[in-house]
Design a protein. Structure first.
Length: 331
C-alpha cells in the first residue's frame, strides 16, 4: 500500500511540474503587440500575428495610446510596436534608445505625410464629372488669399473656411500658428471640427458634390486612399523657422517598428521578420479603403492584404514560411 501511495504521489508531483512549466514555455512563444488606437497599426499587428503563428508563436494585443505603449515597451510589458510615430514621442523614444530598453528596427513605411490640401479637380478639373478647373494657378499656401471666395465659410461668407484638425490634438495648435504666420487669418476663418469623423466627412461631402474644400489631413488614411487630393506647397521644413513660427512644411515623421531589447534573445526569428517588414503609405491607404468600404475589422483586413499583396509580404519571409502562410489562409 505504501509503495502504491508513493507512486501515486510521485505521479501527482510530475503532473504539477508539467502544468507549472507550461506558462513559462508559452510565454517564450507569445509575442505581445501594442494595439494602438488607429486602424493601420491594428491591421499591421494582425498581419504580423498571422505570419508568426506559422512560425510557432501566439500573439496577444494590448490596447493603449502611444506614450503609454512606449513606456510598456521599455518595461517589457509589450514586445513590439508596429507603428511608432517616433517624433511624436521623441523624448520617450530617446530615453528608451539611450537606456537600451528598446530597439528600432527601421521603417514600417517611410513616407507618412501630413499637411494642407485641396481637391485636385479644383486645379485640374475633372472631365468625367464635368468639373472645370476653378483655381488653375493654385499651387501653394501663398496663393490661397487670391481664391478665398471659392471657399466661403457658410457661417461667415465674408471669409473663406479652413478646416483645422480636432480640438485637443497637438497638431491643431500647430495649424493655428501656421495659419497666422501665412497671413491667412485675414481672408479665412480657422474652423475646428468636433471630431475626425466631422473633419473627414466634410472633405468627403465636398468631394462628392465637386465643391471646394481646404484643410488639414494626414496619411495613411482611407480618406486619402479614396479621394484625389493635392497638397499645397509650403516653404521647406526649417528647424529654426519651425521653432519660431511654424511657417514651413511639417517635419517628416518616421513611422518605425520598435521592439523591446530582450526580444532578440527570446525570438530572434521574429525580430528578423520585423526587420524585413516594410510597406508604403500608398499600400496602407489601399487596405484602409478596403476596411472602410467593406466594414471589415482588423483581422479581416489583414487576411485581405495577405491574399492580395503576396508580392509584398513574401519578401519578408523565406520560401518555406511563405508556403505555410499561403496554406493557412482561409479559402
Amino acid at each position: 500500500m505504501q509503495s502504491g501511495k508513493r507512486i501515486f504521489n510521485l505521479a501527482i508531483i510530475a503532473v504539477l511540474m508539467l502544468v507549472l512549466s507550461v506558462p513559462a514555455l508559452s510565454a517564450d512563444k507569445k509575442i505581445v503587440f501594442g494595439d494602438m488606437s488607429w486602424d493601420s497599426a491594428r491591421v499591421h499587428n494582425r498581419i504580423s500575428a498571422f505570419i508568426i503563428k506559422q512560425m510557432g508563436y501566439e500573439s496577444e494585443f494590448v490596447p493603449g495610446g502611444t506614450p503609454i505603449m512606449l513606456q510598456a515597451l521599455m518595461k517589457g510589458d509589450i514586445d513590439v510596436d508596429m507603428e511608432s510615430w517616433t517624433q511624436n514621442v521623441q523624448e520617450l523614444y530617446d530615453k528608451g534608445i539611450s537606456e537600451g530598453t528598446i530597439l528600432d528596427l527601421g521603417p514600417n513605411y517611410p513616407d507618412s505625410w501630413q499637411g494642407w490640401l485641396v481637391p485636385t479637380y479644383m486645379i485640374e478639373g475633372d472631365k468625367e464629372r464635368g468639373i472645370e478647373p476653378m483655381a488653375p494657378d493654385l499651387k501653394s499656401v501663398f496663393d490661397m488669399p487670391k481664391y478665398w471666395k471659392l471657399f466661403k465659410d457658410p457661417e461667415d461668407p465674408s471669409k473663406g473656411r479652413f478646416y483645422n484638425a480636432i480640438a485637443g490634438w497637438s497638431v491643431t495648435g500647430i495649424n493655428e500658428k501656421k495659419f497666422k504666420a501665412y497671413g491667412l487669418d485675414k481672408t479665412y476663418n480657422d474652423f475646428i471640427p468636433g471630431s475626425d469623423a466631422a473633419l473627414s466627412g466634410s472633405m468627403v461631402a465636398a468631394y462628392r458634390k465637386g465643391n471646394p474644400w481646404f484643410g488639414y489631413y494626414w496619411g495613411p488614411t482611407w480618406v486619402l486612399g479614396k479621394l484625389d487630393m493635392t497638397p499645397l506647397e509650403e516653404p521647406p521644413y526649417d528647424e529654426e523657422v519651425w521653432e519660431k513660427s511654424k511657417a514651413c512644411a511639417f517635419p517628416s515623421v518616421e513611422v518605425n517598428i520598435l521592439v523591446n531589447s530582450k526580444l532578440p534573445e527570446r525570438a530572434p526569428d521574429v525580430v528578423e521578420f520585423f526587420r524585413r517588414y516594410e510597406t508604403t503609405m500608398k499600400l496602407n491607404n489601399k487596405f484602409l479603403v478596403y476596411m472602410k468600404d467593406e466594414s471589415a475589422d482588423a483581422h479581416e483586413t489583414a487576411i485581405w492584404f495577405l491574399k492580395n499583396y503576396e508580392d509584398v509580404w513574401t519578401k519578408w519571409v523565406d520560401a518555406d514560411l511563405a508556403e505555410k502562410v499561403k496554406a493557412a489562409l482561409p479559402k
